[in-house]
Design a protein around this ligand. Structure first.
Ligand code: SAH
Length: 283
């Protein structure tokens, strides 16, 4: 299996002993890895991976030792320090270290903190970006994170801070009033609070909301709801994290762009979901 995937001709970077490469694994589907990630998996002695990394991806590093460093749901950050120091220790032992993180390592993934610790300890690093769940996960649900007819900006927020509490440093009022589309990571635990903040700041109860869980994997589920009903609907559907929550009219585009549904034989529900009364293609 591993050998059937040949990297195209290029001077691929060499993962030298004593280096740590911090690499994004994408949101789930192994096909969403980058070629740099594959190149890294081929060379690593050790792969330290997170909870959100699909185990199938590790099959592409059959000769490496696989170490699980999972932690979920804003547990105390002491463990984060342990992970970073473990990376330092492995590098100092002369290992070729691949730190594999879900999505993109620099998007709500503490990759920046790990990179910082490595640099502070004099360990050389390389960063390999990945497809973030807030973009790729929505795309798998047929939701374009930007669309010229919907939004000229998008706001990515995290639903909880380092302590696991609802993010207190966020100005939800400003976000509600200034963001056309809001993409929320780690939002399930505090969805009640987040939705009321947005409603209190003037977003309508009818505002479209989509929740995409385990996006891009075989277990992906998508719930379309509204800001006013999302708490009850999430509960009724029994949805569990990891989930990306998208608030805004981009969600409506799924009515025509649900490509996975179409592949399964469903026809688009509404060819002009924005109800603009003009052809979707007009300039
Ligand atoms: N670095 C990651 C985000 C890490 S924070 C990235 O760029 O995607 C962890 C959160 O990401 C989860 O709580 C969830 O909100 C989101 N997430 C990651 N993978 C996901 C997936 N496959 N489906 C839905 N949400 C996902």
């Amino acid at each position: 299996m591993t050998d059937s995937l040949t990297l195209p001709q290029k001077n691929w970077p060499v993962l030298e002993p004593g280096w740590v490469w911090l690499c994004g694994a994408g949101p789930g589907d192994p096909g969403l890895l980058t070629l740099h990630a594959l190149n890294a998996l081929r060379q690593a002695d050790v792969v330290i991976y997170d909870a959100l990394v699909q185990e199938a991806i590790l099959d592409w590093a059959p000769n490496a030792k696989h170490i699980y460093a999972g932690k979920r749901g804003g547990k105390p950050s002491a463990k984060q320090r342990d992970i970073s120091l473990h990376l330092v220790e492995l590098a100092r032992k002369g290992k070729r270290v691949l730190r594999l993180k879900g999505g993109d390592p620099f998007v709500f993934g503490r990759g920046g903190e790990e990179a910082q610790t490595l640099v502070q300890h004099g360990v050389p690093i390389r960063i390999i970006p990945g497809i973030s769940a807030g973009i790729g996960g929505l795309a798998y649900a047929g939701i374009p994170v930007t669309h010229r007819d919907v939004n000229q900006s998008v706001t990515f927020v995290t639903g909880h801070d380092q302590t696991g509490n609802a993010t207190s440093s966020l100005d939800w009022k400003a976000i509600a009033q200034g963001s056309q589309v809001i993409v929320i990571y780690m939002g399930m635990k505090h969805i009640q609070r987040i939705s009321s903040e947005l409603l209190n700041a003037g977003r309508p109860t009818s505002e479209p909301v989509a929740i995409v869980t385990t996006a891009t994997t075989e277990d992906q589920r998508v719930l379309e709801t509204t800001l006013g009903s999302c708490v009850a609907d999430i509960d009724a559907a029994g949805l569990e994290p990891p989930a990306i929550i998208c608030v805004g009219r981009s969600v409506l585009m799924r009515q025509v762009l649900d490509w996975q549904g179409m592949a399964a034989g469903l026809t688009p529900r509404n060819l002009d979901p924005l109800d603009r009364g003009r052809p979707a293609e007009s300039a």
